[in-house]
Design a protein around this ligand. Sequence first.
Ligand code: AMP
Ligand code: ZN
Length: 107
Amino acid sequence: MCIFCRIIDGSLGATIRWQNEMWIAIDDIHPKAKTHVLLVSKTHIESLEQAMDQALLESGLSTVQMVARTLGLVEAGYKTVINTGRGAGQIVDHLHIHLLSGNIGNV
Ligand code: AMP
Ligand code: ZN
């Protein structure tokens, strides 16, 4: 079972910031910004390239918006990143969206 599936089933600890039916927001263990949250899909899908569930994809951005508002990131601004494939820096093969705010470098 992958790291994120273990967090979702509770066998591996994480700081959970928010969740709904389809997504769970956890703190990244190696933050690259003042706030670095990962929105992880509750079902195991390897990457955006393998994601076929339209409802899941459509809910992804509105979940980013919801979490950013809930965490008070709107005023400071926030950035979202989805790494897809090794060549793009994807390390964990389970769909996730990075949400970064505060002290972020330019992409
Ligand atoms: P990516 O490079 O897009 O696959 O991002 C994977 C992210 O998962 C990295 O930013 C890691 O720091 C983060 N990460 C790895 N293991 C954990 C963990 N156990 N809890 C929280 N974040 C993790
Ligand atoms: Zn998984």
